[in-house]
Structures are given as C-alpha cells and as structure tokens.
Design a protein around this ligand. Structure first.
Ligand code: FES
Length: 189
C-alpha cells in the first residue's frame, strides 16, 4: 500500500511566494495583477507626455533649415523701378541637390529691392509677370498676384513669399530657404 508523501520544509510551499502581489510590491502590475482603470489612464497619460516631449526635443534638434545666400547676376542700377525682373540663380539645397530657378526682383520707387520666392503659394508652380496686365500670373490654376505680391485672383491662399534681399554697393544677395526645390513648370491643370 502506498504511503502518503511526507511533507518536508523544502517541499512545503512558501506562504510569502504564494501570496498575491500587492500594489506596493507590484506597482506596475507586472505579475498580472489587474491594474485599476484610473491607474491605467494615469500611466497612459504619462506615456503620451513622455513621447510628446521626446518628439518635441527631436524636432527642436532638427531645427529650421538654414538659408542659402545666393548672389544675383544683376546690377540694380540698371533696373527700371516698378517692373519686376526675372533673375536666374543656382544653389545647392540642404539635400545636396543642385537647383536652378529664377526669382522675381523688384526695384521699388525709393530704390529698395524686393525679392519674391519664385514658387506660387498655391501649389509651388512657377508664375510670370505679365506687363500688359500689370500682374503676376500662374498658369497652373489661374492664380494672380499684384505687384506687391498680394493675391488678386485664383486659389493661392496667401501673398507671394518675400525673400530677404541685400544690396551692398550694387552686389545683390538673397537668402533662399535651404530646402528650396525647383518649382513646377505646370501641373497640367
Ligand atoms: S499653383 Fe499657382 S494657382 Fe495653383
């Protein structure tokens, strides 16, 4: 006849280890203890905040792209006031791409200069100055801009972007956004 197994100190279950984890000994519920709903929400909130601040720090570290200063091959003394002149330029953008485009340079009545970003503010198409109509026109979707860059017609949501321009004894330099890419010739619209 089989005798019942003897229970020794070594085989006896440890009462401490068989006890269910308490909130103090298992704050994150790592042993499978249910986490109260309120505690779960707090943990999720803290996680989102931590992720958000990390993302913010990452974006801050990336920072804005530095502009690229280009020198325009034009003598402002030869420019007629009030008539935009298309001036070609080339640069290497922040992606290492070689870019060639033309910007619009305007000599104002007092002799100061205004440089317009050559990309339409609607969908980045090129636009042209039409002397006969005294306005800039974009063929992609019919956008129109006045001499001061304000929107006259069409879908552009805002005026033409102006680029910082410097005239140093006739040498004209313009700060072009470092991430500048060549505007679209046409979107086929
Ligand atoms: S891109 Fe110029 S109007 Fe659409």
């Amino acid at each position: 006849m089989d005798r019942p197994a003897r229970v020794t100190a070594a085989s006896r279950p440890d009462p401490a280890s068989s006890r269910a984890p308490t909130p103090a000994s298992d704050p994150l519920g790592a042993f499978g203890a249910p986490i109260p709903r309120r505690r779960m929400l707090l943990l999720l909130g803290a996680s989102v905040l931590a992720t958000g601040s990390g993302l913010g720090a990452l974006l801050e570290a990336c920072g804005p792209v530095a502009p690229v200063t280009v020198t325009l091959q034009i003598n402002p003394a030869t420019m007629p006031p009030g008539v935009p002149v298309e001036v070609p330029f080339s640069m290497t953008n922040s992606s290492g791409a070689s870019v060639q485009a033309s910007m619009w340079l305007l000599k104002n009545a007092g002799g100061s200069l205004t440089a317009y970003d050559p990309r339409c503010t609607h969908a980045q198409c090129v636009y042209k100055w039409v002397t006969a109509e005294n306005k800039f026109k974009c063929n992609c979707h019919g956008g129109e801009f006045a001499l001061d860059g304000s929107v006259l017609a069409g879908p552009p949501p805002r005026p033409l972007n102006r680029l910082p321009v410097h005239d140093s004894a006739g040498v004209v330099t313009v700060d072009v956004p470092g991430d500048f890419v060549t505007p679209h010739e046409s979107l086929g619209a």
